[in-house]
Design a protein around this ligand. Structure first.
Ligand code: NAD
Length: 282
């Protein structure tokens, strides 16, 4: 099974399917990421605030997988947007991961009320110039926030990583990003297990028609929509299940039925425009 690659606006490629690590603690991360590698995943999404970069790094080191076959993303936390803190943050992440560069480095949240995200973006541009990150992007940026950083620097983020699943599709944000050639990474692709997506008839019917599970039907919907995804599970069987989505194709009708689950109150996590409390990363 081959995971398709998506070409980003900086000319690099990213595997469309990866493994997410939110809420996997450091002690469990080595096992979980090792199981993901064994299942075939090569793209791992972590973040400073997940506090599991060292565990991810141990799994990378133990895997023996050549560096150029891996795609590793981590993220700059809210308390380190500015000044020397940003440089220290990426250096600490790299040290924990055991890497001399990450494939993708993101601003984790804009925290608009603090007015620091443009400076954070200038820092990421410098990190890319210095070879600490191959690609740079943002997470949880909507609309004008994207244009703020582009117009201030002339550099367009390679990706925008936003909450996105069939019940909350953020079509305005997606269209805005696509118009600027920014790829969409869909976090919470399964609705974080909080929204009963996997029980929706549109999902269960499509799954049944293809002999697949509801989770596989939802993940396949993302793939056919062109989203980059990295579902999370610490259950090895589910980790393998979530990887096994490249031997079937949803029909146009099945895609339309799942797309019709979009709803204004489908958000399962924080609204980035309102999330302005900075929790310390340590
Ligand atoms: P997700 O949608 O991947 O849901 C994870 C939950 O879905 C699991 O805890 C489990 O309960 C359930 N699940 C997983 N596989 C399943 C299966 N096969 N069958 C049934 N249930 C299954 O949510 P997520 O982990 O929040 O999102 C994925 C990744 O996105 C994260 O791990 C993280 O890497 C990233 N993320 C980024 C941000 C951000 O602000 N940038 C926020 C949240 C998550």
């Amino acid at each position: 099974m081959t995971v398709p690659n998506i070409t980003l606006n900086d000319g690099t490629t990213i595997p469309q399917l990866g493994f997410g690590t939110f809420l996997i603690d450091d002690a469990d991360a080595e096992r979980a990421v090792t199981e993901a590698f064994e299942a075939g995943y090569r793209h791992i999404d972590t973040a400073t605030i997940y506090r599991n970069e060292a565990g991810v790094g141990r799994a990378i080191a133990a895997s023996g997988i050549p560096r150029d076959e891996l795609y590793i993303t981590t993220k700059l936390w809210d308390d380190a947007h500015t000044g020397d803190a940003a440089k220290r943050a990426i250096e600490t992440s790299l040290e924990k991961l055991g890497l001399d560069r990450v494939d993708l480095y993101l601003i984790h949240w804009p925290v608009p009320a603090h007015g620091t995200y443009v400076e954070a973006w200038e820092n990421l541009i410098r990190f890319r110039e210095d070879g600490l990150a191959t690609s740079i992007g943002v997470a949880n940026f909507v609309g004008q926030r994207l244009d703020d950083i582009i117009s201030a620097t002339g550099v367009t983020p390679a990706v925008d990583q936003i909450e996105l699943h069939p019940a909350f599709q953020q079509r305005v944000v997606v269209d805005f990003a696509h118009a600027r050639d920014i790829a969409i990474q869909a976090w919470g692709p399964l609705g974080q297990g909080k929204y009963p997506l996997l029980e929706e008839p549109a999902v269960t019917d499509a799954a049944q028609a293809h002999g697949k599970t509801p989770a596989q039907a939802v993940l396949r919907w993302h793939i056919q929509r062109g989203n980059i995804i990295f579902p999370k599970s610490t259950n090895a069987a589910r980790v393998r299940e979530n990887f096994d989505i490249f031997d079937f194709e949803l029909t146009a009708d099945e895609m339309a039925a799942i797309s019709a689950l979009d709803r204004p109150d489908g958000r399962v996590s924080a609204d980035p425009e309102e999330r302005n409390d900075i929790r310390p990363s340590k």
